[in-house]
Design a binder for this molecule. Structure first.
Ligand code: MN
Length: 228
């Protein structure tokens, strides 16, 4: 049978040092995974991780120009370590989760904070605050070192127009990468091609048209976007 119209193209990420592409299946995100960001959002303590999604086609591989989204007056940046899976499964242990790691990238979880706040207040879904078009700029994937697949430490920062706004370290994640994968796999069966944005350190701030955002994660990569 033919399709009634052509299927949407597969979203794919370039891989550092390779001429092959990483085809993306699903994009999950962890909420509030650094204690300093939990505090700035008004929370406390080490709560279990919680998850939301972005559509795969919300990714903006390589960054560059990003259109300022509609329906918001409070767009904010969140710089995050993104883990990419080469395998998956359900009810994984943290040890099994390590074996699923393909590599890492830097990503920006762009957030319509006003819509997210309204959703929180009303108990509504977060999608329209988090999963909008071009809400996930992402750098190229850096394959993990097979001898040490867990990215557990290293500077993670983001500057807006050259000014430091977020300046953290991966070692300050509340839940580490294997724990996040293992926990998420209790809720959904993970598979190769899945990405997980692992949360952001403190310092999120509001951005406007014309702003340039530069971010980096030590040993993983860099990403720049301009809001147009
Ligand atoms: Mn986030």
């Amino acid at each position: 049978m033919n399709y009634v119209f052509p299927p949407a193209p597969t979203v794919a990420l370039p891989i550092v040092g390779s001429d092959t592409l990483f085809p993306v299946r699903r994009v999950y995100c962890v909420g509030q995974n650094y204690s300093d960001h939990v505090a700035e959002m008004g929370g406390d303590g080490r709560n279990p991780p919680f998850f939301f999604s972005k559509p795969a086609d919300a990714l903006v591989p390589g960054g560059g120009d990003v259109a300022y989204p509609p329906m918001t007056e409070k767009l904010q940046h969140e710089v995050e370590l993104v883990v990419a899976l080469a395998a998956g499964g359900a009810n994984l242990t943290p040890e099994q989760a390590v074996e699923c790691i393909f590599g890492y990238a830097i990503g920006f979880d762009l957030t319509r904070r006003d819509l997210q706040a309204k959703a929180k207040e009303k108990g509504h879904p977060w999608e329209m605050g988090k999963g909008f078009d071009q809400s996930g700029p992402i750098g190229p994937l850096k394959p993990a070192d097979p001898a040490n697949r867990v990215a557990g430490a290293g500077a993670i920062w983001l500057k807006v127009n050259g000014e430091m706004r977020q300046n953290g370290d991966l070692s300050r994640m509340t839940w580490n990468v294997p724990e996040i994968i293992a926990n998420l796999s209790q809720y959904v069966r993970l598979a190769q091609g899945d990405l997980i944005f692992t949360g952001t350190p403190a310092g999120v701030s509001t951005i406007v048209r014309g702003d340039t955002l530069e971010g980096a994660i030590a040993g993983i990569g860099e990403l720049t976007i301009r809001l147009v």
